[in-house]
Write a new protein. Structure first.
Length: 553
């Protein structure tokens, strides 16, 4: 099959015109180069973007088995990919092949260019995104190797973390891949150390946390914790990313804090088909990737694999204690921490998380299932999408719902698809009652109807897509929540009591404002929200208008 490098080469490596180079000259510095000179090394942060004026540059990906060539840049070509814009460690080595001259453009100059020159911005951004996709798809080069078993939850977690952060890596499966054993021997590791991440070919992390991997790979830029921001956004799901794009594009100083990876729940969706502007649908991963780039283009800072542990809201600036030990301060806060799937009440559920029980149905989990039949539990759109996605290669899918049907909870277009898929069986009024298996899920028991007989099936994969609980523990009583833990905002507050208890201002809370002036909540975490991508994005963007109003008060 043709690779991305072959099918989209022209957009990946476009040539700049003389006019475009003349405009870039205003921002860059000319540098003479000599053959063999290394201009930047993989893993190095704050790399210049280089436009070749004369001579040529070799771009290659170093790895444990040597260098993998990517391209040779000649006059009119330029280097760089997504990490260049963020100042993060890149993946390639750039070496001068033929001596000549380059135009070197620093990270801050690059940001100015993408914000002010729309023609060049489009060329750069498209190339950067495609180059990153090319690196991810190539699955070679060995900058990051994950060694583990596909039957291990730890391996799945790390696979999901790297994939959702569009970080190129190679997976070596200890159960099937001879290379995996050789790799362990090379680093004097045993099977008790798994999963292992070999980071940039030399640092070995044994069963690391996401934060340890992020730190080793330099996935976050250095940010100034002492600075008082205009707005700190907690959560980089659709609502948080929308708020970041609008706030940064309107000149506010923005920091986004995200526990796992950009995209939130939407990032775990195989295909979103009802989001405006994408008639053939878009995967959650692609939507999140684009939104992240957009936010960063406008200068928003994003810290991933970092959680907000506590909001300290008794005075302005508000303080947010983070999982890495830092504390950040901000004049306003947007709570965009969304929700997570409810867990089923089964005593041994935790034993099978990642080894038969999953909370996301993306390409990563689909690969794990091979041809096996699967169960999807839930009656909402996420369950519908997961069923259709898992069924589209002919696999048998059992869609299990507690209710008597799907009409009340799922979009009509998904119900039609399910009805039209002969390999999806809908089980209404049905509940899973037991899970069994040694080390991984092997059997599932369900019961249909109150008097139904339990049926046990040899099924090894269950996708749980059952209702959501809000991520609000970190708020620890700061703002008012409803009975289910969702954040109450604006009209919800004064419909009940005029203004909330202790509200210090003469004006009522703004729409999306919580019981504390200057703290807002958007998206799925907000009580009464629509639980849809478009609604979350809308709320994230509207919130920025309210922040402007508040900052000018
Ligand atoms: C599988 C699936 C398919 C879906 N399909 C569709 C669809 O087709 N169409 C549609 O309109 N909607 C769909 N939805 C719903 C949609 O994804 C959500 O409504 C939307 O993602 C909500 O966005 P959000 O930003 O409010 O919250 P979330 O997406 O939940 O994002 C919240 C983010 O905050 C982070 N976070 C939580 N706590 C903290 C903390 N303490 N510190 C830092 N970060 C934190 C989380 O890691 C997460 O990334 C789907 C949902 C799922 C799960």
């Amino acid at each position: 099959m043709a690779t991305l490098y072959e099918t989209r080469r022209e957009q990946m490596f476009p040539k700049l015109t003389a006019q475009q180079i003349a405009r870039l000259e205003l921002h860059g510095r000319r540098i003479r180069t000599t053959a063999g000179q290394v201009l930047s090394e993989a893993g190095e942060g704050h790399r210049d973007l280089c436009v070749v004026l004369s001579g040529s540059l070799e771009v290659a990906r170093p790895g444990m088995q040597g260098e993998v060539p990517i391209t040779v840049a000649v006059p009119g070509d330029f280097t760089g990919e997504m990490s260049t814009l963020r100042g993060l460690g890149g993946f390639t080595r750039v070496r001068v092949a033929e001596a000549g001259e380059i135009l070197a453009i620093s990270e801050s100059q690059l940001r100015t260019i993408v914000q002010t020159d729309s023609e060049i911005m489009e060329i750069f951004m498209r190339a950067f995104i495609l180059r990153r996709m090319g690196l991810v798809a190539a699955e070679q080069g060995g900058d990051v190797i994950l060694v583990g078993s596909t039957f291990s939850p730890g391996t799945l977690r790390l696979q999901q973390f790297l994939t959702r952060n569009t970080y190129p890596f190679v997976l070596k499966d200890i159960d099937t891949d001879e290379d995996a054993k050789a790799c362990l021997a090379r680093f004097h590791l045993g099977s008790g150390d798994l999963p292992v991440v070999v980071c940039r070919g030399h640092v070995v992390l044994k069963n690391p946390s996401n934060a340890e991997v992020a730190a080793c790979l330099g996935m976050n830029p250095q940010f100034d914790a002492a600075k008082i921001r205009d707005v700190v956004i907690i959560g980089a799901g659709p609502s948080g990313l929308a708020a970041a794009v609008y706030a940064a594009s309107e000149g506010l100083d923005v920091l986004v804090i995200e526990t796992v990876a950009p995209g939130g729940q939407a990032g775990s969706s195989s295909k979103i088909e009802n989001y405006l502007g994408f008639p053939t649908g878009i995967s959650g991963l692609a939507l999140a990737g684009r939104a992240l780039v957009q936010a960063q283009k406008f200068g928003a800072e994003v810290a991933i694999a970092t959680s907000a542990l506590r909001l300290i809201c008794d005075q302005v600036p508000f303080r947010i204690a983070l999982s890495d030990g830092d504390e950040v301060r901000s004049r306003t806060v947007i709570i965009a921490s969304g929700a997570e799937y409810r867990k089923l009440a089964l005593h041994n559920l935790a034993d099978y998380l990642g080894v038969g029980v999953y909370y996301a149905a993306t390409a990563v989990e689909k690969k794990l299932c091979g041809e096996d039949e699967v169960i999807v539990v839930g009656g909402g759109n996420s369950a519908g999408q997961a069923s259709v996605f898992m069924a589209n290669n002919g696999r048998r899918v059992h869609l299990v719902v507690r209710a008597g049907g799907l009409a009340a909870s799922m979009s009509h277009y998904l119900i039609r698809r399910i009805e039209d898929s002969p390999n999806i069986t809908l089980h209404v009024n049905t509940e899973i009652t037991a899970l069994e298996g040694k080390g991984r899920l092997e059997k599932v028991t369900w019961r249909s109807g109150a008097n139904g007989k339990p049926e046990t099936h040899d099924i090894k994969h269950v996708f749980l897509m059952t209702g959501a609980v809000p991520n609000t523990e970190w708020l620890q009583g700061c703002v008012a929540l409803d009975g289910k833990g969702f954040v109450r905002t604006g009209p919800d507050l004064h419909v009940e009591s005029g203004a909330p208890d202790g509200w210090p201002l003469s004006r009522p809370p703004l729409h999306l404002e919580t019981t504390i002036p200057g703290i807002f909540a958007v998206g799925d975490v907000r009580c009464g929200s629509a639980k849809r991508v478009a609604a979350a994005v809308g709320e994230g963007s509207v919130c920025v208008q309210l922040i402007h109003r508040l900052l000018s008060e």
